[in-house]
Design a protein around this ligand. Structure first.
Ligand SMILES: [Cu+2]
Length: 147
């Protein structure tokens, strides 16, 4: 009897964990290591308690090919923040968030691509910019204020 109720308990526990795993499915990037999947389960639990979601700020590179974004200042609430940059131009661009010990870069994307940088941010001032070539120096940057 005891062993049976233990199994029922384990099953009840396993179902919500599996549901969580479907959310951020980036498996396959590493090897088929069993210790890696154990770590991932723990991460999933932590993410669930923090509420998930977060805030997404959308910006765009200049469609005419100028080295600038369509916004030079952004504001977000503290927590998980994503900057999502559309690239309608013929130049490669990316978006990067930097400041207060954080440095996260999105993929460099070509025309019609979307670059995303996501970071857990505390209140403070951050920079966002394009890390491609000299784009930042040329003016492809702005300020992200987190409150
Ligand atoms: Cu750029």
């Amino acid at each position: 009897m005891r062993a049976l109720s233990l199994i029922v308990l384990l099953l009840a526990f396993a179902i919500p964990v599996a549901g969580c795993g479907d959310d951020d499915d980036d498996g396959g990037s590493g090897g088929a290591d069993t210790s890696a999947s154990t770590t991932k389960t723990e991460d999933g639990g932590g993410g669930a308690t923090s509420g998930g979601g977060g805030e997404t700020l959308k910006i765009s590179a200049d469609p005419g090919g100028a080295l600038k974004f369509d916004k030079s200042s952004l504001t977000a609430k503290a927590g998980k923040v994503t900057i999502e940059m559309d690239n309608p131009s013929d130049l490669p661009h990316a978006v990067e968030i930097e400041g207060n010990g954080v440095e996260v870069a999105g993929d460099t994307v070509m025309k019609d691509g979307v670059s995303k940088a996501t970071a857990e941010l505390k209140p403070g001032d951050y920079d966002f910019y394009c890390p491609v070539g000299n784009h930042r120096d040329a003016g492809m940057e702005g300020t992200l204020t987190v409150k």
